[in-house]
Design a protein around this ligand. Structure first.
Ligand code: AMP
Length: 408
């Protein structure tokens, strides 16, 4: 056998235990987000390319190197969604949703990154956006919510790293300082950093390669204006009061242009090189930049595949499958009748649709983890009964009402 088609590099098939986990995360998160007053939203998988260029930012890696862009048949320039924030904000504005509002999402994202463990070209994000809240109290709520999610998924061994990236003018001051300091060193830096030096020097401190070369540098924190400093201090006080565990990490700048003030990442040492479970931050000017009102916002997203990697296996719900077995083709109609009757009673039933030997059917029942096997043979039909085998104890019962043995 030589199969003709394979999945595209960086994409994955999710089935079995992994699918169970994915759905468990979705269901659990719906519960938690509802508790915090968030509604779920689903936006289209593709949008205009310009939406991301103008909001994610033209200088970001996502827009410059990672977007799946294409033209549709009428020449529209489109992009597969690489991140959730711009589409969700676009939807809030386009649908005239009243601000303040809070939305959560569970959507697939597409980025042309180099695939490795925990990094794919199509992946799921579980995220949230809280729009229209200015004070740091919502920052606290978002952090508590993110932690509540992790706890409810049974994830341990994570840490919240928090920073303030200030406002645009703070970043301009910091960029100027960085350009000055790095002037003589930038030639030894990677090509990415050389590019960043001109457009976005503060993102050099986020560089995995060159991070180590820039230890002796002042942090962005030293350049915060009074308002941004106050915002950060209040948040830190709130976190202390809540006994929320976090570390301050001045190196967190996040990969996107729109972040202001609070920025954070959730790191797990169990993940390897791609160690971020999630991240987020404030974007106080993004809505206005997108043509909306002058309203601030804050959001975060977890990488669902990474949550799955650090989660314990979940206990499968006991399905109590009832497998119907027929001795010869002659009893097939009767077997089908039973399968349908069991399903009508909201129990799980299955059978072998193409006839196979009794032995093979019993093997299948066993492989599928059936709790009961209903055996139908000529003799049973004659006596208007069925033989019921308990697969756990091996006990066999002849009965005209098997339902009294099945627990719901
Ligand atoms: P970002 O939108 O880049 O802040 O990413 C938020 C989270 O999404 C990250 O912390 C990762 O957990 C996850 N993530 C980002 N990119 C990928 C990817 N290519 N594959 C899998 N997960 C990813």
């Amino acid at each position: 056998m030589s199969i003709k088609f394979k999945k595209i590099r960086g994409t994955r098939d999710i089935y079995g235990e992994e699918f169970e986990k994915l759905f468990f995360i979705f269901e659990k998160s719906r519960e938690i987000f509802s508790k915090y007053g968030y509604d779920f939203i689903l936006t289209p998988a593709f949008e205009s390319k310009e939406l991301f260029e103008k909001s994610t930012g033209e200088t970001t890696d996502i827009v410059q190197k990672e977007m799946y862009v294409f033209e549709d048949l009428s020449g529209r320039k489109l992009a597969l969604r690489p991140e959730g924030t711009p589409p969700v904000l676009r939807a809030i504005l386009e649908n005239n949703i009243e601000i303040p509002c809070k939305f959560a999402y569970f959507m697939n994202m597409f980025r042309y990154e180099r695939p490795q463990k925990g990094r794919y070209r199509e992946f799921f994000q579980l995220g949230a956006e809280a729009v229209g809240f200015k004070e740091p109290y919502i920052d606290l709520e978002v952090l508590l919510l993110a932690e509540d999610l992790l706890k409810n998924l049974g994830i341990k061994d994570y840490r919240f790293e928090i920073n303030s990236v200030g406002c645009i003018s703070d970043r301009e001051k910091y960029s100027k300082y960085l350009r000055n300091i790095l002037k003589d060193k930038i030639n030894n830096f990677c090509e990415n950093c050389k590019r960043r030096y001109e457009r976005n020097p503060f993102r050099i401190i986020d560089c995995k390669i060159d991070k180590a070369k820039i230890r002796e540098i002042k942090s962005l924190m030293d350049f915060l204006c009074d308002d941004c400093r106050r915002h950060h201090e209040i948040l830190i006080n709130l976190l202390e009061k809540e006994n929320f565990k976090y570390v301050e990490n001045p190196l967190i700048v996040r990969g996107l242009d729109y972040y202001t003030r609070t920025a954070f990442e959730i790191i797990s040492d169990r993940l390897g090189a791609q160690d971020a479970l999630g991240g987020g931050g404030r974007y106080d000017f993004l809505l206005k930049d997108m043509g909306g009102p002058d309203s601030p916002g804050i959001g975060f997203a977890f990488g669902v595949e990474r949550l799955m990697l650090v989660m314990e296996d979940i206990k499968k719900k006991d399905k109590a499958l009832i497998y119907v077995v027929y001795v010869t083709e002659k009893e097939k109609d009767e077997a089908i009748k039973w399968v349908r009757k069991i399903r009508e009673n909201n129990l799980y039933a299955d059978m072998e649709w193409d006839y196979r030997s009794l032995k093979s059917q019993m093997r299948k029942a066993n492989n599928k983890g059936a709790k009961w096997v209903l055996i139908i043979g000529e003799e049973e039909i004659k006596r208007e009964k069925v033989k019921l085998k308990n697969m756990e104890t091996g006990e066999e019962i002849l009965t005209d009402n098997p339902f009294k043995f099945f627990e719901k």
